[in-house]
Unconditional design. Structure first.
Length: 141
């Protein structure tokens, strides 16, 4: 994405109603029974993943993505009660995701800020529980 395109993005563009009951919390068993959305002839239908070969034309190339989803949306609460949303876009220091995630002290990310007008120059902090113990996340402008 170009810098100009990123600057035009607004967090509000990504808000939509998604009831908690519609979010998959765990993988379905058996895994190949998971829902598959199929778009064909301007129509969306549903199938199950095990039927995927029936929808692929001959000589198709499948590329598998084994990336992990990260919790990139952080909600910091100011002492006044205002919420500042920090959406982590990409790691800056260190630049590689896997190296950044292994940091024990500091790391830096390029972020998009929601409710930025309510965040002046002060640092924002929040405590997060992790398997390694309690962590303190600090956001600085």
């Amino acid at each position: 994405m170009k810098k100009e395109e990123i600057e035009q993005l607004r967090i509000g563009d990504f808000h939509y109603d998604l009831p908690d009951g519609r979010i998959a919390k765990y993988p379905v068993e058996p895994r190949d029974a998971s829902k598959l959305l199929v778009y064909s002839d301007r129509t969306i239908t549903t199938a199950v993943f095990r039927d995927l070969p029936a929808f692929l034309p001959p000589e198709s190339l499948l590329v598998f993505n084994n990336t992990r989803v990260i919790h990139a949306r952080l909600l910091f609460r100011k002492p006044t009660g205002a919420v500042v949303e920090v959406f982590c876009l990409s790691p800056l220091v260190p630049e590689e995701y896997n190296v950044n995630f292994q940091q024990r002290e500091r790391c830096a990310w390029s972020c998009m800020i929601g409710n930025a007008k309510r965040w002046k120059d002060e640092s924002l902090q929040m405590e997060v529980a992790s398997p390694a113990g309690s962590l303190t996340l600090v956001a600085r402008r």
